[in-house]
Structures are given as C-alpha cells and as structure tokens.
Design a protein around this ligand. Structure first.
Ligand code: NAD
Ligand code: TDX
Length: 332
C-alpha cells in the first residue's frame, strides 16, 4: 500500500488520521473533502506538500470520485454528516452524503478493485441501559435511533453487501465518541470548553445521566491504520478505550479544569430520542491486532484539549456564532 484516498480528511477525525499517517507510516495521502461547514483546509496545515494533496469535491459525485479511486491503493472513508442534532433539524444531507456518498465510493472501488476501509460509529447499535453489564460487540444487532445513526447503519450494510456480493476487499470499524484538538464546536466537549472561554455556562441536555465511551482521536487513528494494514477482509472491528463517563461528570471535569464552580452549568432541553448509553467491547481489536490506546487518562487528555482550544481561538472562533445560533433555534 502506498497511496491512500482519505475522504473527509479536512474534518476532525479524518485530519487527525492524515497527520497520524504522515507521522507513523510511509503512505502518501490524497484527501477528498467537500469542505462543508465542518471541513477546514487549515486542519491540514503543516503537512508535507509532496505527501498530502487536498482535492475539494463531493463523495456523492461519481465524476469526482472515479478518477481518484482509479489511482489509489486504498480508500479510507471518513466523510459524513456527523452531528446528531443537525440530523434532527434536517436529515436530507445525511441521506445524501452518508448513503449516496458511500454508495458512490463503493461502486468506484468495485470498478477498480480497490481496498476499502469504512469508518463508522457505535451509534449503529442503538443504546444500552445504564446498569447493563453488556457492551457493544461486533455481533450486537443494529438498532439505530437518529437520522444520523440510521444513515451510518445503512452505509455499513452497503459495505457488507459489497463484500459479500461483489468480493470487495473491505473492512469496517465502529468507534465510540472521540475528543481531542480540531473538533467542531458544535460537539459536546468543544462546545462547553469554548462556552467557558466566552464566559457562558455549559449546557447539559436533560439530567446529564447519558453515558458516552470517550476515546482520544489519536487512538482512533492508530486503530484505523492498524486495521487498514493488518485487519482481515470482510471483518468489523469495534474501537474503544474503556472511557465510559456520564455527561454530568464530563461537564464537571471541564469546569474543574477551567477553574469554575462545579455547579456553573445549566440544564437545557433534552435531545429528541437521546441515546442513553454507549459502551464498546474492543477485545477483538486488542487481541487479534494487538492494538492498545495511548490515552488512558481521560482527565489528562481533556486538559490538553482545553489547552488546545485556549491556544487556537483563531481556528474555532469563525464557527462559534453559527453553531450557537443553530442551538438557540432548537432550544438547546
Ligand atoms: P466532521 O463533521 O468533523 O468531518 C466530516 C468531514 O467530511 C468534513 O471535513 C466535511 O467537509 C466532509 N464531508 C461532509 N460531506 C462530504 C461530502 N459529501 N463529500 C466530501 N466530503 C464531505 O466529522 P468527524 O467527527 O471527524 O467524523 C468523521 C467520521 O467518523 C464520520 O464518518 C463519523 O460518522 C465517524 N465517527 C465519528 C465519531 C465522533 O465522535 N466524532 C465517532 C465514531 C465515528
Ligand atoms: O450542548 C450539548 N449538551 C449535551 O449535554 C451537546 C452538544 C451535547 N450534549 C450531550 C448529548 C450526548 O449525550 O452530550 C453527549 C455527546 O453529544 P455529541 O457531542 O453531540 O455526540 P453524540 O451525539 O454522542 O455523537 C458523537 O459520537 C458518535 C459524534 O457526534 C458522532 O459523529 C459519533 O458517531
């Protein structure tokens, strides 16, 4: 393998993966990214121009996709509409990008016999009870709740069908909630950090008892590279780092690390259909491919992330007003 086509490589996790690939492998990268509100060419700054190229285009456009797939050794597919709250106010781009876009890429990979890795989410499995000892495994039945997670589930099923019916050489990974630098301020952790920087109280949906299984984006990237290089074709790997925490705990950790009182937040309207708990069993990835996360101390990773947002206001400031206007319109 030497040339990777990374879709969505100007977004949060895709750009983290491009930085990881350049630092830890000899692969070259072509990024295909539409630069939606969530994409930013600044995420790729500082990378060597002879190893990374950005092509601005839509994964649902066969004319943009086909020539790029034709000249690539593997497609690593991150591009998606990724935010649940947006999918509740307008599902249409989620169907277009997550379903039609994935279909378009799969057809090009089929035509050219190209290795394919599909990035997905634990949300395809629905949610767990708070006291359920079970976690999600690759055998958990699909049961998505939101327009976002249902379109991701549909995209996973397309990949599985292309493996079985057409012999596509594909793997799939389903990861838990990511945090780290360069995450859009619409997402939970950066929204609260940048609120506190702005002197605004963090906003907790409902009672804050919903649990997410947090993993640092660097660990997601190392897992994806491992699966791409050593994963078994046709297999699904779950990526997680045993980081379960409820939202109240996360908000209080942010407040503590930013020198605020523990109760300096507001409860706001809950999300419709809000999944209660996600939890990943990553045994297959750990035992079969020998992967281990590097970030095992959530508070240390969170402190470094807070520092990054403090130091990179020029990166996130242009997103902030529009993100908060969407939340105000939705009552959050
Ligand atoms: P993001 O919203 O930060 O970035 C998405 C990127 O895709 C942006 O650069 C955007 O411009 C690009 N894009 C969107 N539509 C496109 C299109 N039609 N054509 C080309 N490019 C397009 O998302 P993220 O949080 O980095 O998530 C990346 C992937 O990881 C997604 O597939 C998501 O489902 C998955 N995932 C995310 C998380 C998480 O916690 N954020 C967890 C598990 C899985
Ligand atoms: O202001 C907020 N207050 C709040 O309590 C926001 C924005 C969110 N929340 C809650 C909702 C969730 O329980 O925090 C939790 C995390 O919310 P998000 O950051 O929106 O993430 P989530 O909906 O869990 O989905 C994320 O993880 C799985 C990513 O956005 C998805 O792309 C990924 O698939």
């Amino acid at each position: 393998m030497s040339k990777l086509l990374v879709t969505g490589g100007a977004g949060f996790i895709g750009s983290n993966f491009v930085h990881h690939v350049i630092a830890h492998s000899d692969h070259d990268v072509v990024v295909l990214d539409k630069l939606t509100y969530a994409g930013d060419r600044a995420t790729l700054e500082g990378l060597p121009e002879d190893r990374v190229q950005l092509v601005v285009g839509d994964i649902a456009d066969p004319e943009a996709v086909d020539p790029l797939v034709a000249e690539t050794d593997a497609v690593v597919h991150f591009a998606a509409e990724s935010h649940n709250d947006n999918s509740l106010s307008d599902p249409s781009p989620f169907v277009q990008t997550n379903l039609i876009g994935t279909f378009t890429l799969l057809e090009a990979a089929r035509r050219h016999g190209t290795r394919f890795h599909h990035i997905s989410t634990d949300e395809v499995y629905g949610d767990l009870e708070l006291d359920d000892p079970a976690k999600f495994t690759p055998e958990t039945p699909y049961n998505p709740s939101s327009p976002y997670s249902s379109t991701k589930a549909g995209s996973d099923l397309l990949v599985r069908a292309w493996v079985r019916s057409f012999g596509l050489e594909a793997t799939i990974s389903n990861c838990s909630n990511n945090y780290g630098p360069r995450q859009h301020v619409e997402k939970f952790i950066p929204r609260q950090i940048t609120n506190v920087i702005d002197g605004v109280r963090p906003r907790l949906y409902g009672a804050g008892e919903n649990v997410r299984d947090w993993i640092h984006a660097d660990d997601h990237s190392s897992a994806v590279l491992r699966i791409l290089e050593r994963g078994r074709i046709g297999e699904t790997y779950l990526i997680g780092a045993d980081g379960e925490r409820n939202n109240l705990e996360v908000v209080q950790a942010i407040l503590r690390l930013m020198g605020q009182e523990a109760d300096a937040f507001d409860h706001v309207k809950d999300r419709a259909g809000h999944d209660l708990r996600y939890a990943i069993d990553a045994t297959k990835l750990r035992e079969e491919l020998g992967w281990e996360p590097a970030y095992t101390d959530f508070e240390a990773g969170l402190a470094a992330t807070i520092e990054w947002y403090r130091e990179h206001e020029s990166w996130w400031r242009p997103q902030k007003a529009a993100a908060e206007a969407k939340y105000a319109a939705a009552g959050h």
